[in-house]
Design a protein around this ligand. Structure first.
Ligand code: HEM
Length: 458
């Protein structure tokens, strides 16, 4: 038997063949997540799925493979074609750009997310959270339940609005939220369809998506225009983008570039955090023991209802909860790359032009990496725990040079919100709901997630 394993047959990773491919592609279009999941369970750490006649997908779910793609061999990788569908929305912003242009923008943007800047945004987060909690207070008195997904989405969008524009975009928030939803759905459809009707064809669907994109862009362009000609620094991301200068050339960003970066922050920066929070409240409601430990830590460390920025770093159990919730439900559940030249991953040849799916979800749920991977166990992230010693065993923010630029901001925001909510309320899933996940651009609860809210301290 061994003799049959020629170098050639070993060079292509396992995966569906023949008529099974068409079936898988059909499934992929209907339910991307489940199709990937089944392939990974059936074929293992690296799976090949022919996608178009010229291009295959490779789903990789071993930390070593991820490290190769995102970090060790990153110069051989660019963002995969799947990101092209975001380009009409975020243009040449940080998430989608490449090469020199990306590097220049990354250098300009990274300081906006340094610790001191994040500290200055903390009061926006705590104010917005307090406003929400006061509203919950009223609803709790009336025995109303809340849809935690919608609440977190509204909260993080409101925070994003203020961080970006130093004012509540509450009025425009519904318009922005709806436009983002329409766009996300369309991007998902395009990512998973080998053949899709190009955006330029004026179908009713395409027109609706186009209108949503135009609407978003015009809101942002109006905000930039209003700011131009005013010298003041508003201490928000928009001002920072307008004032940032390239160290070498002294060049500033043009309006189009600023718009693209703002659209990028809106797309990359609010749904991800709100999903992490919604899943966290879900998990805590299922695991009251862990919730009690979280409450103890928060009650002990945060006498006042509004934590100080410094106090956040004392909250180690809260960090463990963040890590475990994002292990089980990584909001960015896949990251895709395209090899520029042929590469080799795990002994297999990966041709240039392929789509490599480096999926946090599948690494985080890999039984060879994590024991009891489906179980909720924050202790595995305790400082003393001896979990897997691999930096790509848990990587909700990606890695290498393209790692999430907003990661520290996101963690600060998450911890503030989780701590402030937990200090005041106990949230429990309203019984009788079946909670399913929906995985398109992000991994989020499907539909509503209703929770009862009860005041903890009277
Ligand atoms: C829990 C919340 C978040 C998660 C899970 C998350 C996840 C990610 C991941 C996985 C990437 C890498 C994508 C890739 O390599 O292709 C990324 C990139 C990025 N994220 Fe986040 N993100 C979060 C919050 C944020 C926030 C709050 C912001 C901004 C305000 C943000 C802005 C960005 C940007 C601009 C990039 C592109 C960076 C680059 O390519 O240089 N993200 N994020």
């Amino acid at each position: 038997m061994l003799g049959l394993l020629t170098a050639d047959s070993r060079s292509t990773p396992p995966g569906p063949e023949g008529s099974d491919v068409a079936r898988k592609l059909f499934d992929l279009n209907r339910d991307t997540f489940q199709t990937f999941y089944d392939l990974v369970v059936e074929y293992g750490d690296i799976v090949r799925l022919p996608f178009t006649p010229r291009r295959s997908m490779y789903i990789v779910s071993h930390p070593d493979h991820i490290q190769r793609v995102l970090q060790d061999h990153h110069t051989n990788y660019q963002k995969a074609v799947t990101y092209d569908f975001l380009r009409p929305v975020v243009g040449d912003g940080l998430l989608t750009s490449e090469g020199e242009h990306w590097l220049r923008q990354r250098r300009l943007v990274a300081p906006m997310f340094h610790r001191e800047r994040i500290r200055s945004f903390a009061s926006i987060v705590s104010h917005a959270t307090r406003t929400m909690l006061n509203e919950w207070e009223r609803r709790a008195e009336h025995g109303e339940s809340i849809d935690i997904s919608a609440e977190m989405a509204r909260l993080t969008l409101s925070i994003a609005g203020q961080v970006l524009f130093n004012r509540d975009i509450g009025r425009e928030s519904d318009r922005i939220g709806e436009a983002l939803r329409i766009m996300f759905r369309d991007v998902n459809y395009r990512i998973t369809s080998p053949i899709s009707i190009p955006r330029e064809v004026p179908t009713a669907h395409n027109r609706r998506v186009q209108d949503a994109i135009e609407d978003l862009k015009s809101i942002v362009e109006d905000l930039i225009q209003r700011r131009r000609g005013r010298a003041d620094d508003f201490d928000d991301l928009l001002s920072m983008l307008m004032l940032a200068e390239d160290e070498e050339t002294g060049e500033k960003m043009g309006d189009d570039q600023i718009r693209d970066e703002i659209m990028t922050f809106l797309i990359a920066g609010h749904e991800t955090t709100s999903n992490a929070l919604a899943w966290t409240f879900y998990l805590l409601s299922l695991h009251p023991e862990n919730r009690r430990m979280l409450e103890d830590e928060i009650d002990l460390n945060l006498g006042d209802e509004v934590p100080s920025f410094e106090a956040l770093s004392e909250l180690t159990y809260t960090d463990m909860i963040f890590n475990e919730a994002t292990r089980l439900y990584p909001p960015a559940w896949t990251i895709e790359r395209e090899p520029i030249d042929d590469d080799e991953i795990g002994g297999y040849r990966i041709p240039s032009g392929s789509i490599v799916v480096a999926a946090p979800y599948f690494v985080h749920h890999n039984p060879d990496v994590w024991s009891n991977p489906e179980g909720f166990d924050p202790e595995r992230f305790a400082p003393s725990a001896d979990g897997p010693d691999h930096r790509y065993a848990h990587f909700p923010f990606g890695g290498g040079p393209r790692k999430c630029v907003g990661a520290d901001f996101a963690v600060m925001e998450y911890k503030y919100i989780l701590a402030m909510v937990t200090r005041r309320f106990q949230l429990d899933l309203v019984p009788g709901q079946s909670i399913d996940q929906e995985a398109n651009v992000t991994l989020h609860p499907e539909g509503e997630m209703r929770m009862s809210i009860e005041r903890r301290h009277h």
